[in-house]
Design a protein around this ligand. Structure first.
Ligand code: ZN
Ligand code: ZN
Length: 316
């Protein structure tokens, strides 16, 4: 199974301001010269020594994750944040050879659906787009997105065959060859995470969540989302000291993610849903703090962890 992150921002697409981008460029140029590099040939060497994210940031787009089988033959899409536009552009290069698309929806906060009208298969005759969601209002909300004058093409004019399939919490269902089970996350307006199993591997999608429940006892039936995951993708928009005044906003922290990893033997975790106001420097600082916290964390020592970036692909 492969998991690709097409959008890792929360709430609103956001990039560095021109001033921040200029500062980052100046920083890199200074570092280049400080290392004694001088010639154009040195540029590639210098960049190869840097992490991609420390050069160009974590990305702009909001939530969209693609889950694929190892042979790339089957896929699911989770949420239609603005990242789904980049996924659509990639499918276009292959002239939308695949005719059936499966989109799981966690909830309807704007950052998770704003890219849906830009998913091109909606406009292609012969394509089928199937939506899967626990909440019964999915069809109405998707129909309302394709509505003049907020979008130039009305729902009735879409060329694809569009279907809506209702999921039930805790009920495993096979979708395009993947076993998918929805679980309730800690988020207002309810939001469902998905456990996806395929090829003997398990992926847990836990965005958006405040992760107010991190033990088996607190989670009850929802603990099934986290048990023995090979990969968890989780909301870590805030840090713990912000939680006093952001309690109830529905977003978590790396500390809570590490607690889940320790409690449920999770092998790998990627943090995401970055705050739209967070600059590259802010995310780098939070990641440094996460590194220090991880060293002290007794229970999650064997977990591999990182902060997700746009277009990153993890193979399980
Ligand atoms: Zn969100
Ligand atoms: Zn939300």
């Amino acid at each position: 199974m492969k998991v690709k992150f097409w959008g890792v921002r929360g709430s609103l697409p956001s990039s560095s301001s021109p001033t921040e981008a200029k500062e980052q460029f100046a920083l890199l140029m200074r570092e280049f010269l400080d290392k004694g590099y001088k010639t154009p040939v040195d540029i590639d060497k210098f960049l190869s020594e840097k992490n991609l994210v420390d050069v160009s940031g974590y990305g702009v787009a909001t939530t969209c994750v693609q889950v694929k089988s190892s042979d790339d033959e089957q896929m699911l899409i989770i949420d239609g944040g603005s990242g789904i536009k980049y996924l659509s552009d990639t499918l276009a290069k292959n002239r939308f050879a695949q005719k059936e698309y499966h989109i799981l929806i966690t909830h309807f906060h704007f950052d998770h659906i704003l890219g849906l009208p830009f998913f091109a298969p909606h406009f292609i005759p012969g394509c089928t787009v199937k939506y899967y969601c626990v909440q019964p209002e999915c069809e109405k909300i998707v129909r309302d997105l394709f509505q003049k004058p907020i979008f130039p093409v009305g729902y009735e004019d879409l060329k694809a065959n569009i279907q809506f399939i209702k999921l039930s919490p805790y009920e495993k269902r096979y979708i395009n060859g993947f076993a998918v089970t929805p679980y309730l996350l800690d988020h207002p307006d309810p939001c469902y995470g998905f456990r996806i199993e395929h090829d003997g591997k398990a992926y847990g999608h836990a965005v958006d969540t405040e992760a107010t429940r991190t033990t088996a006892e607190q989670l009850g039936q929802d603990a099934g989302l986290y048990q023995n995951l090979d990969l968890m993708y989780i909301d870590a928009q805030y840090v713990e000291e912000e939680m006093d005044h952001k309690k109830g906003w529905g977003h978590g922290t790396f500390e809570r993610a590490f607690n889940l990893c320790g409690n449920f033997a999770i092998k790998q975790v990627y943090m995401a849903h970055y705050d739209p106001s967070a600059s590259l420097k802010d995310i780098q600082n939070i990641k440094e703090r996460a590194r220090a916290a991880f060293e002290k964390h007794a229970a999650s020592k064997t977990t591999v962890w990182d902060f997700a970036y746009e277009t990153q692909e993890i193979e399980l």
